[in-house]
Design a protein around this ligand. Structure first.
Ligand code: CP
Length: 309
């Protein structure tokens, strides 16, 4: 893999970049099986997590990943910072760069902010989710989870169900899966699914069409109410029309399909309780693999920060 400073989108990566990061994810996961779950790969490097939007999985997973590579990790808590006094993203980054950070992992509600920060500083910038635009580390952990389960991503059929329009996960994950040779389809409420003419991705409107398509994986999304001015559906109506109900779970089980979800999950909306315990539910595998994928991402990026040796 050629030296690469930042990870902003999957589109910006070459096929070789994608394969290198995925291949190393397996090696990173092997580290977890050792009694000492740490390697010195990033010893002496500093990693900052800068999340302007809430996160459970991504932030903690990047922090665990950086710790396992022996980096020094700083968590920037926006709610208790001078951001609440009106400090701009630009000034916050200038301040933090004076502290000589090597990696900045940033989540922001506005699409494009991580790319702006990346242009502005020598640290490696990793996009941990920007608006409806991109979430590349999620894409890597999803692709790795599918590869781990099926041996290869190529040839698999994945239907992504829910609010595609506002989902950075749908955008990044469908991009990486198609680059790796999977077939992807979308299903959800018509106003929340972009037309096939815009994406080249088949668009279904109901579960019968999904079962007829014979997918391997049902990938569920949450409706992103925080990115919609007026919520579209009462939860119960959404569940009946688009969710994995108990009845649909029985069919999914009969067909031996897998279920994935990036989290956070809204039980009773896109997924019923029993589906969380389903034998082919890969949600916990996704979380576990997120650490290994993020270790691999950190390992392969090359900050342009000055050496003071
Ligand atoms: N999948 C994901 O981005 O989850 P968090 O919002 O909890 O980070």
């Amino acid at each position: 893999m050629n030296p690469r400073k930042d990870l902003i989108t999957i589109d910006a990566l070459s096929d070789e970049d994608i394969r290198t990061i995925l291949d190393s994810t397996s090696a990173m996961k092997d580290i977890f099986t050792k009694s000492v779950k740490k390697v010195p790969a990033l010893k002496g490097k500093s990693v900052l997590t800068l999340f302007y939007e809430p996160s459970t999985r991504t932030r903690s997973s990047f922090e665990v990943a950086a710790n396992r590579l022996s980096a020094d990790v700083t968590t920037f808590t926006v709610s208790t910072s001078s951001v609440v006094k009106g400090e701009s993203v630009h000034d916050t980054i200038d301040t933090l760069m004076s502290m000589k950070m090597d990696y900045i992992i940033v989540r922001h509600k506005n699409s494009g902010i991580p790319a702006v920060i990346a242009r502005h500083c020598k640290a490696s910038v990793i996009n941990a989710g920007d608006g409806s635009h991109a979430h590349p580390s999620q894409a890597f952990l999803d692709a790795f989870t599918i590869r781990e389960k099926y041996g290869d991503v190529a040839g698999r059929r994945v239907v992504i169900i829910g609010d595609i329009l506002h989902s950075r996960v749908a955008r990044s994950t469908s991009t990486i899966l198609r680059r790796l040779g999977a077939e992807v389809a979308y299903m959800g409420p018509s106003p929340l699914v972009p037309p096939t003419a815009h994406t080249g991705i088949p668009r279904f409107t109901n579960w019968n069409q999904i079962f007829d398509w014979k997918p391997d994986i049902i990938y569920l999304l949450r409706v992103q109410n925080e990115r919609i001015d007026t919520p579209f559906f009462p939860a119960a109506d959404y569940h009946q029309a688009f969710g994995v109900t108990e009845e649909r779970l029985r069919r999914i089980d009969d067909l031996n399909l897998s279920i994935m979800h990036p989290g956070p999950v809204n039980r009773g909306v896109e997924i019923c309780d029993d589906a969380m315990e389903y034998r082919n539910c890969l949600i916990n595998n996704q979380v576990e693999n997120g650490i290994a994928a993020r270790m691999s991402i950190l390992y392969h990026l090359t900050p342009q920060t000055q050496s003071h040796d």
